[in-house]
Design a protein around this ligand. Structure first.
Ligand code: ADP
Length: 278
């Protein structure tokens, strides 16, 4: 559906932020782009909105190469909606409803359709009742929800979210992920950038690991986190659950065959298999 084909990019000061990046998101997936700060995640995502143009390589949507004239960009941005890391970069209208209505109004849709979309989008993100509130009076998690609603109201085929859980408390982060998971269940294709290794295996169908502007691995969470050396070389770590099982095996002589659970539910299943004899 969305494809980065051999993209390289350098900033004006010479920083080579992306090197021959290949990445593909298929319809219905939730893909994570995992990398430490400065790895190149935001730079790649700015290519997925046509804000940055690759020096080499191409961005493709449904097999068609993205062009950078105004009309092509408008069409592309209806298909691919980006939620920026900082909601304050995205929200600017005096009220929540005006903010969510901004995109659909710009599409020139009739007022009734705009109102329906705003209502639907706010309901989906659980922000109905906040229509008249000023975005800058909302909490971080609520702002994030409104920013997501603004993108949903455009009815994109794919959503790109740059660090959607950054700056949120654990409950806020988990609520946003649940929301994204629910949107995905309803058919939305999603790509998320993050450095949060604990969250990645909970929701991702596939993971790309980026380090110093290069994709160094891609696969299922299991494929990716079974390569412990690679994960550590990218200045990341195993999910805490996996790390615990690694310690139990290496220091306490438990035998898991090097195959560590990545999430609490996987750990529960394994513990029940191994230790619950009833
Ligand atoms: P991430 O999103 O993974 O934290 P970024 O894409 O923001 O990483 O940054 C990738 C690299 O590009 C970093 O080395 C960063 O310092 C550099 N960089 C980002 N934005 C700019 C810019 N506007 N000008 C110059 N260098 C930049």
């Amino acid at each position: 559906m969305l494809k980065a084909d051999n993209i390289s990019y350098a900033y004006d000061d010479g920083t080579k932020a992306l090197k021959n990046v290949n990445l593909e998101v298929n319809k219905g997936e939730i893909v994570s782009l995992l990398g430490k700060n400065g790895a190149g995640k935001s730079t790649l995502f700015l290519h997925f909105n046509g804000i940055l143009k690759p020096e080499n390589g191409r961005v493709l949507i449904d097999g068609e190469e993205l062009k950078y004239d105004k009309k092509s960009l408008i069409e592309f941005r209806q298909k691919v909606g980006i939620v920026f890391q900082n909601p304050d970069d995205q929200l600017f209208a005096p009220t929540v409803e005006e903010d969510v209505a901004f995109g659909p109004l710009n599409l020139g849709l009739p007022m009734e359709e705009v109102q329906n979309r705003v209502e639907d989008a706010l309901k989906k993100v659980g922000m109905e009742g906040f229509e008249k509130k000023a975005p800058h009076h909302l909490s971080g998690g609520q702002k994030k929800r409104v920013a997501i609603a603004g993108i949903l109201a455009m009815k994109p085929e794919l959503m790109v979210l740059d660090e959607p859980t950054s700056g949120l408390d654990p409950k806020g982060a988990s609520d946003i992920l649940k929301l994204l998971y629910a949107l995905n269940e309803e058919g939305m294709t999603i790509i998320i950038s993050t450095h949060d290794v604990d969250l990645v295996p909970i929701y991702s169908s596939r993971v790309y690991v980026i380090s110093a502007g290069e994709i160094i691995k891609n696969g299922t969470p299991k494929d990716v986190f079974s390569d412990v050396e690679l994960i550590r070389s990218a200045n990341l770590r195993l999910p805490r659950v996996a790390h615990l099982f690694e310690i139990l095996e290496k220091r306490d002589n438990f035998d898991f065959g090097g195959d560590y659970p990545l999430t609490i539910s996987q750990a529960r299943r394994l513990a029940n298999e191994k230790f619950n004899k009833n």
